[in-house]
Structure formats: C-alpha cells, structure tokens
Design a protein around this ligand. Structure first.
Ligand SMILES: Cc1ncc(COP(=O)(O)O)c(C=O)c1O
Length: 426
C-alpha cells in the first residue's frame, strides 16, 4: 500500500525533513484542536432547541393514559414514548422499556444485573460461575470494553470486517466455551469503522448455538437512523430474524436519542423478549419507581412520531455530511497509498488505518502539533491494538475550520510516522 515504497533512503529522509518542517510551523502556533469527541456540534444541538419549550405547564405533563408525568410511576415509560420507539425501531411496545438518558448506563446495568442475578434461562448469576468472558469485535466501542473491565470480565477480541464480526470465529468460540456469556455488537454504522452488518451476519447471529445457556448478544443499535446520505442503509431486523430460529431470548437490544436530540438529556431504551423482560422488570423496579417521564413527554411532543424523527435526522445529516466529506477528501488527496480509511454512509466516526506500528507515533506527533486524537489502541480491549495501526476520527464536534486544520496536520503526522518507520526498517 505504500506510496513511499520505491524511494531510496536519501529520498525518504529528504521527504521526512520537509514534512517535519511543515509540522514545526504548526507546533509553534500553539494550536488546541480536538478530534476525539464523538458528540454533536453546536449547530446540531441548535436544531433541537425548540424541544426545551414544548413543555411549559402541568397540562403538558399528562400522558394519554391520564398519568401525571411529574409524579412517580410507570416503570416501562409512558405509552406515547413507547409507541415512538416502537415505530422507529420496529419493535413491539410490549418488548420495550423506555428508561433514562443513557443507553450506556442501561448496558452497564444489564451486565451488572446478569452478574448479580443471572439472566432468563441461566442457572446461576454470571458472577458465581468463575471466569466470565465477552467477545469484543475490534476495533469497537471503548466504553463497551470499559464495562467489561470494570466488572472483571475477560475480553476476547474478534476481528471486524466490513460485513460485521468474523462470524467463523464467533461461532467457533461461543459453541465451545461456556464461560463466554456475551458479545458486544454495534450492528449499524459501527463505532469506529462505520460498518453495517450484512444480512448473512445477522442471520448467523440469530442462528448462533452458544454452549452457555445464559449467553446474550448485546445489540447496541446506537446509530439506527443515523444515515448521512439519502440512501437508507438496510440492517436485517434482529428480533424478526431470531424468530425464525426461536432464539429471541438471546438478544438484549439498546438504543438512544443521544445523537438525535441531546446527548445529555435524550431518551434511552432497552428491548428484549418477554421471557427476558419478565426476569428483568422486578429487579429494575427495585432500582427505580420510574424514569424521567417529563423528558419522555418532551420528546414525544417535539418529534410527534417516527417520521418526525427521520425528518430531524435529515437535518443532522446536512450538518454532518460536509464534515465527513472534508475529512475523507483530505485523506484521499494526502494519504492515498500511505494509509487506508473507512468511508461510512452514517454514524459518527471514521477509522483511519496507518502502517503497522505507527498509530501511537501518529498520536504523539499530532499531540506535539496541537491536535488531540483519541488514544491509539482505545478501540481495542485493554487499549491493545496488536498491530498499532488504528486511529478513530470524530468529525462532528470541532468547528469546520478547526476540523480542516486538524485533518491537515493529521495527514502530515501520518506521513511523518510512515516515513520514520520506513527509514528505521531500511
Ligand atoms: C456504539 C455506541 N453506543 C452507545 C453510545 C452512548 O450512548 P448513550 O449516550 O445513549 O449512553 C455511544 C456513544 O458514542 C456509542 O458510540
């Protein structure tokens, strides 16, 4: 892949000197640019601004079943909020619980509950079964891995492909090791590569035959409606697919409006089979009398229905798309033949793959030039990218000018690190 491959040692050194000189100019500027944060920028937050005003009196707080949202009650969420998510995600209302503001919080609680109480169909709590393991498609979402680390769950990396996790490995491992209790999945616009699982991958998940009777697929559909282009990227419905094989009980489903409305004050849901919810609800009701129903009402009044959400997502897409295109355009013109990257049709991230052994060096060089990148290795269990080559780029949060400047510097850092490696290996 290397554009520098045919250069002599002298040519490589001359090229490196030129790039270092360019980088030196940037380090003198004392810049403070940040490509780490996968969160909406101000322009995106502004399009949900009116949501803050949709509830102004007690009348606005009465749910369609007569419940006063200001008061205690309704563990599952108000009916109109359940309907909104049901339409949007094609999941029956009876299988949905609308909870608080964070799906990550629900995922943490779901793992903690399984550790303490076990899951439907299991004989013992996970924590009473000795060593517990999770499969971690990698690169993946660092905070999934942080949950495992916090709980002392051993993580086993599984390669990601453009079609999803390497299913040969997933099938082999779950059918042979009963201590494997779960797998993290971001099936659409995965974090960080932006890949969407193929139909075959979803089918193979639905057909999995784990040898643990208490194994669960953690299906984190965080980017379910987060297209940045007109074309809708299809993802096979996991519950519908599982129905064909009688495996609905194997899935815990999560989603939220963090990147639809406000990440700090969105709505998050969990969905699961009735068997699972019968086991979960009593434990959840020991934890809370009910979640923030006023916020649920706020979302319903603002979006009205699933079409309202989808129209809103088009506005997000119009803001985000030029940013993805700016980053990818710069990579194409500067890094072709030096690095590779994903070109997602949605989601929040781009994954940049540099030459083996160069990601940490790029991170360091960027930091020295005033650009903060997500730590090299962060998207792997235990922060360990075995080939030290992946970097996660988050284009949504900085101002457009900061983004383009940061990416210009990043490209120089990738070139410098690649040249250094070639010179070292020569
Ligand atoms: C895959 C994935 N899941 C979950 C989250 C966090 O979701 P929430 O804000 O609902 O906790 C993120 C945020 O970046 C994410 O990328």
């Amino acid at each position: 892949m290397n554009r520098y491959e045919n250069m002599s040692s002298a040519e490589l050194s001359a090229e490196l000197a030129l790039i270092r000189a360019e980088l030196a100019k940037f380090s003198e500027m004392g810049l403070n640019l940040d490509l780490t944060r996968g969160k909406p920028g101000d322009e995106q937050l502004a399009i949900s601004e009116d949501m803050l005003g949709v509830i102004s009196s007690s009348e606005d707080c009465v749910s369609e079943n007569g419940v006063d949202c200001r008061n205690y009650g309704i563990l599952d969420g108000i009916p109109e909020a359940k309907r909104l998510f049901s339409q949007l995600l094609n999941i029956p209302e009876k299988n949905l619980i609308v909870e608080g503001n964070s799906s990550l919080n629900i995922m943490f609680d779901t793992v903690a509950r399984a550790m303490l109480f076990g899951v439907y169909g299991g004989k013992k709590p996970w924590a009473m079964q000795g060593e517990i393991k999770f499969l971690c498609p990698s690169p993946g979402y660092d905070r999934h891995f942080a949950i495992c680390e916090a709980m002392g769950i051993k993580m086993i990396p599984v390669d990601m492909t453009p079609d999803g996790p390497d299913m040969d490995t997933v099938e082999r491992l779950v059918s042979s090791d009963p201590s494997i209790k779960g797998i993290w999945c971001v099936p659409k616009f995965s974090n960080p590569e932006g890949y969407t699982y193929s139909d075959e991958t979803v089918e193979r998940f639905a057909r999995l035959k784990p040898c643990a009777d208490d194994f669960r697929i953690f299906w984190d559909n965080a980017y379910a409606v987060h297209e940045i282009y007109e074309d809708k990227i299809p993802l096979l419905d996991i519950f519908e697919t599982c129905k064909k094989y009688g495996t609905e009980d194997s899935v815990f489903f999560f989603a939220s409006t963090s990147k639809i409305s406000f990440p700090g004050s969105g709505l998050a849901i969990m969905a699961a089979s009735e068997n699972n919810l019968i086991q979960i609800r009593p434990i959840l009701s020991a934890q809370t009398i009910g979640f923030d129903k006023i916020n649920q009402m706020r979302h319903v009044k603002f979006f009205k229905n699933a079409d309202g959400v989808l129209a809103h997502m088009k506005r997000h897409a119009d803001i985000i798309r030029p940013r993805f295109e700016a980053v990818i355009g710069a990579f194409r013109s500067e890094l072709t033949g030096i690095a590779t990257w994903t070109e997602p049709r949605g989601g929040y991230f781009i994954n940049l793959t540099v030459a083996d052994g160069c990601a940490k060096r790029v991170f360091r060089l960027a930091a020295d030039s005033g650009v903060t990148l997500t730590k090299a290795g962060a998207s792997f269990p235990y922060g360990n990218d075995p080939r030290d080559r992946h970097l996660r780029i988050a284009p949504t949060f900085p101002s457009f000018d900061d983004l383009t400047k940061a990416v210009e510097i990043l490209c120089l850092c990738v070139k410098a690190a690649t040249l250094e490696k070639l010179i070292e290996n020569n």
